[in-house]
Design a protein. Structure first.
Length: 218
C-alpha cells in the first residue's frame, strides 16, 4: 500500500525518533541516582523515647563503679601488753591523834536523855567527866553510830567576859568528841560547836547537848 505522506516529510521524523532512542541508551544510571531526590527517612512508630536516636540523647552517663575498699590487715598475733610503771604512792592523811580525857573520880556531873540525843551536865567551871558520864557517852555512841551527830556545848558566865565561858565550852566539847571517835563515830560525822553562856533558863547552864542528825546531813 502506498503511503499517503511524501518521503521528505517522513525522514525528519525518523531522525528525531532515532536520536531520542540513542539518548536513552547512553544515559549513565549513576548520574540518574545523583540527580534523584534523597530517600525520606522512615518515621518510627510508637513513643519518641523508644527511638534509638532519642534514647541515645536522653541516656545519662553511667556511674563509675564503686571503689574497692581494701580490708584492713589483722595481725594473727596480738600485740604485746606495754609494761606500765608502778603506780605512784600518794600520801594519805594521817589518822587523827585522839587524846582521851581521863575519868576523874568525884567529878560533878551526870547524863540524861533528850529528844534524839543525850545531855551531859558538868560542874560549874570544870570540864572533867566522871566514869559514869564517860560510860553513858560511849553507850550513846554505839547507838548513834555511824552518825552524824552534833555537839552544842555551853558554860556559865557573864556577858562582860564571854571568852572565858566559851573556852570552857570548847574544852568540854573536845573531850566529848574524843570519846565519841574512840567509840566508833568518824570525826567527819561529828559537828562540835562551843557557845557563849546559854540563854535558855530552863536548861542547865553547864552542859553539852548531843543530837543525832538525819543521814542526809552528812
Amino acid at each position: 500500500m502506498r503511503s499517503k505522506h511524501p518521503l521528505w516529510l517522513i525522514l525528519p521524523a525518523l531522525l528525531v525518533a532515532s536520536n531520542a532512542l540513542r539518548a536513552q541508551v547512553t544515559i549513565n544510571p549513576d548520574a540518574l541516582k545523583q540527580i534523584a531526590p534523597p530517600a525520606a527517612t522512615p518515621v518510627p512508630r510508637g513513643p519518641a523515647s523508644h527511638h534509638p536516636a532519642h534514647r541515645t540523647a536522653a541516656a545519662k552517663p553511667a556511674a563509675p563503679p564503686p571503689a574497692k575498699v581494701k580490708a584492713p590487715t589483722v595481725a594473727l598475733i596480738p600485740p604485746e601488753i606495754a609494761n606500765l610503771p608502778p603506780p605512784v604512792a600518794v600520801a594519805t592523811r594521817a589518822p587523827e591523834k585522839i587524846i582521851l580525857p581521863p575519868a576523874v573520880a568525884g567529878a560533878i556531873g551526870d547524863t540524861s536523855a533528850i529528844k534524839n540525843g543525850l545531855r551531859l551536865r558538868f560542874g560549874a567551871g570544870s570540864s572533867d567527866m566522871n566514869a559514869a558520864m564517860e560510860q553513858s557517852l560511849r553507850d550513846f555512841a554505839r547507838r548513834a553510830a555511824p552518825g552524824p551527830v552534833s555537839l552544842d556545848a555551853y558554860a556559865s558566865g557573864n556577858d562582860s567576859d564571854p571568852s572565858t565561858p566559851r573556852r570552857l565550852s570548847l574544852a568540854r566539847v573536845l573531850a566529848a568528841r574524843a570519846i565519841l571517835i574512840d567509840a566508833g563515830i568518824a570525826s567527819t560525822d561529828i559537828y562540835p560547836r562551843a557557845h557563849a553562856p546559854s540563854t535558855d533558863t530552863a536548861a542547865p547552864p553547864d552542859r553539852i547537848d548531843i543530837v543525832i542528825l538525819p543521814a542526809s546531813h552528812s
